[in-house]
Design a protein around this ligand. Structure first.
Ligand code: HXC
Length: 510
């Protein structure tokens, strides 16, 4: 009996070594942790239960029958993050470069199936070279099985991908269909085809970092939702994100004890808006001053900075925040900002996370670049996302709410449940200058007349009161009481029910 137990321990120890000590050293030398070290950091101490440690590939081509490594390049299992069940798979780069074989794919799909069955989040840690080249179509089939499950689980359980090394070929498409992608700076890159293929096909010379590093995907392509300096930081931030997320689309948001008084007022907000309507101010300051303990987890911080998206809590319950940022492009809505916010709104709606919108938007960005780039369709994505949302929607207009952007940003008309405005709000078709130049065109050239007309327009429309007279704004509130008003609104909306006609699914303008 003792022998048997010892043999098990030996086999386990061997499996835990993955590709062996030399390759583990090489992994560390590159500033990367191993798959198991990463899982240890992600999960609560001692909570990880590993599955399929002894699985090996079944390939007999290209001499592969002589090289079998237990685990076959991916570590899978489940554990807890702050006590809540989470499933995980982590590519082991020390074993065949983390490449995906048929057996490796089956380990992942087993975990995907379990996560879906248990209605618990799943995290994938990527560090891999794509399809196991020696396995050919068996590997491609394996990817297909993984992709299909990503889609079936989408909107049911949160799916998070962390890119911690190379991520090429088939490995990019599974993360692309998950809810969030995070990367590690300078150590990870994602692309469909690498620099060599790019050189052959397009004759461009690029490095891996230039083609698909964290900077590219967080600031340019918007493929990734955030980047961190190293493995440890990335994994700790994923734990922080998981704390904000519901386990699934039925559970409702997690509730943690809050030590921040929901009635807390903040007098400094009364002077947040500058006297000059064209002067910017930092909308993040408002978010941080309103939410519990100033704790805000931003999504896509480096992309389309003219709109802010992220999670925070009010009275201990998760809320999604969408806010125009006057500091960047005056907070205008362009294609990138619309797409970014639309995806965020849809995530919140799918997982029953209430949305608070802070609005200061001068309109949609004019110009050929925007129109040729499909601003109509991209802007419509955000309009569509808010209009289809059935979660509680609370909107606060702090300053400008001009033109179509007024309608889009969770206005009363498209489903806003509670719509507040600060006394500094200006709700109109456009700014006074543009408006006067159109409707009093005959007076252009007469400076006095134009000044008088501008003043007349400002007095009438550059305020929240025309909208409030119609009930489009439920109340004009004091800035210092914003936290209390939002907390009260969300408490009232907690059991909101909305009926919609049956449909197979909508047809969002993709
Ligand atoms: C089998 C692989 C492999 C793969 C890496 N390895 N990728 N084995 N299949 N796809 C092995 C290497 O042979 C090597 O083994 C070990 O892993 C480490 O790889 P290195 O190349 O030494 O590491 P590094 O220099 O860091 O380069 C990492 C890399 C590179 C950039 C990922 O290995 C690479 O370019 N790999 C191939 C990428 C690729 O083209 N994949 C197929 C994509 S097609 P030894 O024993 O020598 O140490 C695809 C189709 C799916 O995925 C599409 C579905 C939609």
């Amino acid at each position: 009996m003792k022998d048997i137990l010892e043999r098990l321990e030996e086999r386990r120890a061997q499996a835990r070594l993955g590709g062996g000590e030399k390759r583990i050293e090489a992994q560390h030398a590159r500033g990367k942790l191993t798959a198991r070290e990463r899982i240890e950091l992600l999960m609560d101490k001692g909570s990880f239960e590993e599955f399929d440690m002894f699985v090996e590939h079944r390939s007999n081509d290209f001499g592969m029958e002589k090289v079998k490594i237990p685990g076959d390049g991916v570590v899978t299992g489940w554990g807890t993050v702050n006590g809540r069940t989470v499933f995980v798979f982590a590519k082991d780069f020390t074993v065949f470069g983390g490449s995906l074989s048929e057996a490796h794919a089956q380990k992942i799909t087993k975990i995907q199936d379990m996560a879906l069955k248990m209605r618990a989040p799943i995290v994938g840690l990527f560090d891999a070279g794509g399809a196991r080249i020696q396995e050919g179509v068996a590997a491609l089939g394996g990817y297909g099985e993984v992709f299909k499950r990503n889609v079936i689980a989408s909107g049911v359980i949160p799916q998070i991908s962390v890119i911690m090394g190379p991520c090429a070929g088939g490995d990019v498409y599974s993360p692309a269909m998950t809810d969030f992608i995070f990367m590690v700076r300078d150590r990870s890159y994602m692309f469909v085809t690498g620099p060599d293929v790019v050189k052959t096909v397009t004759n461009e010379t690029v490095t891996s970092e230039e083609l698909g590093g964290a900077k590219v995907h967080t600031a340019k392509s918007s493929v990734a939702d955030g980047a961190y300096d190293n493995d440890v930081e990335a994994l700790l931030q994923v734990r922080r994100l998981i704390d904000f997320l519901p386990a699934n689309n039925m559970d409702g948001v997690p509730e943690i004890p809050s030590f921040d008084d929901p009635n807390r007022t903040d007098e400094s907000l009364d002077t947040l808006i500058p006297d000059n309507p064209n002067k910017p101010y930092d909308m993040k300051e408002l978010i941080q001053k309103v939410v519990d303990e100033g704790d805000f987890f931003e999504i896509q911080e480096s992309y389309a900075k003219n709109i802010i998206t992220g999670f925070a809590r009010i009275e201990g319950r998760t809320v999604g925040f969408v806010a125009n940022q006057p500091m960047v492009l005056a907070g205008v809505l362009d294609s990138d900002a619309s797409r970014k916010a639309a995806r965020f709104v849809r995530f919140c709606d799918a997982f029953n996370i209430p949305i608070v919108t802070f609005e200061d938007v001068p309109g949609f960005l004019p110009g050929t670049a925007q129109e040729y780039g499909g601003l109509i369709k991209h802007g419509a994505k955000l309009l569509f996302a808010y209009s289809e949302a059935t979660v509680p929607l609370v909107t606060v207009i702090t300053r400008k709410a001009f033109g179509g952007a007024y309608d889009v940003m969770a206005s009363k008309h498209i489903g806003g449940d509670i719509n507040y405005a600060w006394p500094t709000a200006q709700i109109a078709v456009m700014g006074a200058k543009g408006a006067v130049e159109i409707i009093f065109r005959q007076d252009i050239g007469d400076a006095d007349k134009i000044a008088a007309r501008t003043k007349e327009y400002e007095d009438r429309f550059m305020s929240p009161f025309v909208a409030a007279e119609r009930g489009y704004i439920d109340e004009v509130i004091m800035p210092h009481s914003t936290r209390r008003r939002i907390a009260r609104a969300l408490a009232m909306l907690r059991h909101k029910e909305t009926e919609r006609p049956w449909k197979k699914h909508d047809n969002i303008p993709l």
